[in-house]
Write a protein that binds this ligand. Structure first.
Ligand code: PMP
Length: 392
């Protein structure tokens, strides 16, 4: 008899996660199974990662095939999947070039470094403005922009960042000086509680940046890759940022991060000033290519747009009848339902009833299901949500 995953983790894993007592062993489509054989509808999708669902045949096939050919080489050489992926990302993002790493935080770190280098070349100080309530990761550079509770235990953190309230143009204008080199924004704040940027706001931020040779960085790690009904969320706003970060759903669960940049940004990068052992490795890039190909074949951006509208309409109806709900917001299949009280008990109740979700910022239920979810499955999810709200 071997020790269970839960016993082993409690004994040997550095205790950082507040986990539910569930060990998940298998996934298929929108469902996952636990070690006791129970099925769950996975409405969290590994936190906006498994957009094509679990064990997607096209992605599994690509990973298997690539694993049999070449899993890793040094970035001293070219590899076919990496080069193909740069072309594909240029096609879907409208930006020119990309660079690969292994996670979201790492992509944001790269964006910060590149923006600072752009500043050096253009004789500007490297001040970066971030938004209040933002989340960009857990590395030192990213927590320097983030909430105090994530930053304070780990100070000192890198400097040169300031913050302005999200969706407030006047505050941003007042903060902008000739030392500002970049503004970083999540087009929809994810961890902060699912807050979309206002359209007019993002458009004005974009022109403000253009006017003053400031780089606009859109962090699309959570809201990108078809989650909101377009390949990238900024495409709803009719803008093209200078730098875009991506990760999470990019390879449907295979770890990879990327930044996409305009040529003017790529041009300041010089040989040897940044690099990564694993970043852009052929296996991860093959998984990303297969993910994008399947999304194109299955018309996933449009699916998430339509299903997202259906889901939101259902939730607006629920909100009318349920006093516990304060508001519903989001875009596509990135949806937050704010409650008047702590959302954690509702999440626990939903898990008991066979639906995996999570909450963010305490009172917000976060729904980021696989984009392949059907209307019937959305109905089940909504029914379980209503029943759980009533039960708690
Ligand atoms: N940026 C955003 C907008 C995110 O939502 C996250 C992850 N929640 C990150 C960055 C960090 O990504 P990772 O956990 O892959 O480092």
């Amino acid at each position: 008899m071997t020790d269970s995953a839960q016993e082993l983790a409690q004994k040997y894993h550095v205790d950082l996660y507040d986990r539910y007592p569930l060990t998940l062993t298998e996934g298929n489509g929108v469902y996952v199974k636990d070690s006791e054989g129970n099925d769950y509808l996975d409405a969290l999708a590994g936190i906006a990662v498994k957009s094509l669902g679990h064990a997607h045949p096209g992605v599994v096939k690509a990973i298997r095939e690539q694993a049999g050919h070449l899993t890793h080489i040094s970035n001293n050489y070219y590899n076919e999947p990496q080069s193909q992926l740069t072309k594909k990302l240029a096609e879907i993002s409208g930006l020119d070039k990309s660079f690969f790493c292994n996670s979201g935080s790492e992509a944001v770190e790269r964006a910060i470094k590149l923006a600072r280098k752009y500043g050096k070349v253009h004789n500007k100080k490297g001040k970066i403005i971030a938004m209040g309530n933002c989340f960009h990761g857990r590395t030192l550079g990213t927590i320097a922009m983030g909430k105090r509770k994530y930053r304070e235990p780990f100070e000192p953190v890198p400097g040169g960042f300031s913050k302005v309230p999200f969706n407030d143009l006047e505050a941003l204008e007042a903060q902008t000086t000739d030392e500002t080199i970049a503004v970083i924004v999540e087009t929809i704040q994810g961890e902060g509680g699912i807050y979309p940027a206002r359209k007019e706001y993002i458009q004005k931020v974009c022109s403000l940046c253009d006017q003053h040779n400031i780089l606009l960085i859109c962090d699309e790690i959570q809201c990108g890759m078809a989650r909101t009904g377009r390949w990238f969320c900024y495409q709803h706003y009719g803008i093209t940022p200078d730098i875009v970060t991506s990760a999470k759903a990019l390879a449907n669960g295979f770890p990879i991060g990327a930044i996409m940049v305009k040529d003017k940004v790529a041009d300041v990068a010089e040989y040897g000033e940044h690099g990564s052992t694993f970043g852009g490795n052929p296996l991860a890039c093959a998984a990303a290519l297969a993910t994008i190909a399947a999304m194109q074949r299955e018309d996933i951006p449009r699916q998430s747009d339509r299903k997202g509208s259906y889901f939101m309409d259902r939730l607006y109806e629920v909100a009318k009848k349920q006093d516990a709900i304060k508001g519903v917001r989001g875009k596509g299949l990135m949806i937050g339902v704010e409650l008047h009280s702590d959302a954690e008990p509702v999440v626990n109740e939903m898990i008991k009833r066979g639906v995996l979700t999570s909450c963010t910022s305490g009172k917000v239920m976060r729904f980021v299901p696989p984009l392949i979810i059907t209307r019937e499955q959305i109905d089940t999810l909504v029914d379980v949500f209503i029943a759980s709200l009533k039960a708690v």
